[in-house]
Write a protein that binds this ligand. Structure first.
Ligand code: G
Ligand code: G
Ligand code: MN
Ligand code: NA
Length: 254
């Protein structure tokens, strides 16, 4: 069996699951939100990471039903957190290009929100810089509509594609997530430090919220704080966790 043919079974047999990585406000030190990350619990191969199968989901068109499952499951978990006293979290969901072209996407999202009695404002949609560059006119309209309904967009893996902040300004995007490849070499490569510093300064002065991905040590935190970076995500604070473990998550004292 090829992995691709197994994906149909995976969806039917509920082999997918979600983990959540905390996002930490660098001013308050509090968890402000989580990013939902898809995993495949394969019966023989164990846990498979999304870079191994999301491209296959996209090629086979299965990304639409799986994407719908992700939304449903994430909102269900959000409801669970609320019922245990965890409020005001921002829930980030990754979107594939096909979802951004899907004319039924708004309806899918709205009916899942209605089912769990949640407002559009609790959801943030992450699209990669690459997805954004290949978007068509319809995707742009869909983004505008979604934003008017109250959701937020962030650009994932920023710096790995060829988009500029000037181009981004035409899109309804509130947040920039600086790719972890730039964060990794803070304190190591002066060029990466200059890139991070310049991107943060420009993004902040254009009014974006800035998130640093892949933060693994305190040297990076100090550097990012000094630049007034808003939010950090990475193994220093937490690996991706189960929905239950998010309830128990406490920000590490420094
Ligand atoms: O969890 P991990 O860091 O390995 O995720 C790698 C990438 O897989 C993420 O950066 C993200 O772009 C993608 N990814 C994770 N979950 C989802 C999902 O639910 N939908 C889509 N389309 N991509 C996802
Ligand atoms: O959305 P995106 O493709 O950026 O997904 C984030 C991915 O990066 C996830 O697969 C997650 O497991 C991984 N990740 C999150 N924090 C860190 C980190 O601090 N270091 C490294 N190396 N990877 C991370
Ligand atoms: Mn992401
Ligand atoms: Na990313």
């Amino acid at each position: 069996l090829t992995l691709e043919s197994e994906l149909h079974r995976a969806l039917q047999q509920q082999e997918f699951c979600l983990q959540y990585q905390p996002k930490i406000c660098l001013r308050t030190g509090k968890m402000t939100g989580v990013e939902a990350l898809l995993r495949w619990q394969h019966p023989e191969k164990g846990m498979i990471a999304p870079d191994k199968f999301v491209p296959l989901l996209e090629e086979s068109g299965l990304i639409l039903p799986v994407g719908q499952w992700v939304i449903e499951q994430a909102l269900k978990d959000y409801r669970f957190w609320q019922s245990h006293g965890l409020f005001n979290l921002n829930l980030a969901i990754n979107l594939s290009p096909a979802q951004l072209k899907d004319l039924k996407f708004i309806e899918t999202l709205q009916s899942a929100l209605a089912k769990y009695k949640l407002p559009m404002q609790c959801v943030e949609l992450e699209i990669t810089e690459h997805t954004m560059m290949i978007h068509g006119e319809n995707s742009f309209l869909l983004m505008e509509q979604l934003r008017q309904l109250g959701t937020h967009f962030s650009i994932d893996d920023f710096g790995t594609g060829y988009s500029s902040l000037a181009y981004l300004k035409k899109l309804p995007v509130e947040t920039i997530k600086i790719d972890r490849s730039f964060i990794r070499d803070i304190g190591v490569e002066v060029e990466d430090e200059i890139i991070v510093k310049t991107v943060i300064a420009m993004a902040k002065s254009l009014g974006y919220q800035v998130v640093a991905e892949g933060v693994e040590n305190l040297k990076q935190v100090d550097f990012l704080r000094a630049l007034d970076c808003d939010v950090a995500q990475g193994f220093l604070f937490s690996r991706p966790l189960s929905a239950l473990d998010i309830l128990q998550y406490q920000v590490q004292p420094e």
